[in-house]
Design a protein around this ligand. Sequence first.
Ligand code: SF4
Length: 132
Amino acid sequence: MPQQPLAQVPADVRWNWQDFGACRDYDQALFFHPQNERGSARVKRDRAAKRICSTCMVRLECADYAVRAREPYGVWGGLSEEDREQIYSRLDVRTYPRRQGEGARAAAREIADAISAQALGIMDIVDIVDIA
Ligand code: SF4
C-alpha cells in the first residue's frame, strides 16, 4: 500500500490566524474531498470552498502555510490540491520556501489566480448570461 503524503509542518508555524478563518462558520467537509469524488462534483465543491476563501481575511497566511507545509489535501487559502501540485512541481526542492511568508511570495501568482473569476466559476455565469 503506497504511503500517503503528509504535510511537512514548518518549525516556525503559527496557528493563530486560524481563529479568523472564514471557514470556521462552514462545514469543513466542503474543503476536503470525499473518497472517490470526481469530475463536476469535485469542481463544484472546490469552487464553493474557494468562494469562502475569497472572503477570508487570513487567506494569505493560510495559503502561505499550505505551500510551506506542502499540504497534500484540501482547499487552503483558495488553493485547491491541483493548484498546489502545480506550485510544488514548479518550485525547486533545494530552495523550497519554508520560512514564514516565503510560501506566499513564491506562489504569489497562483494565490492570486486561485480566486480569479474563472477559478470561482463566475465566468461560467457570465457565459450563460451572454447566451440568454
Ligand atoms: S483561506 Fe480559506 S481555508 Fe484558509 S482560513 Fe480562510 S476560509 Fe479557511
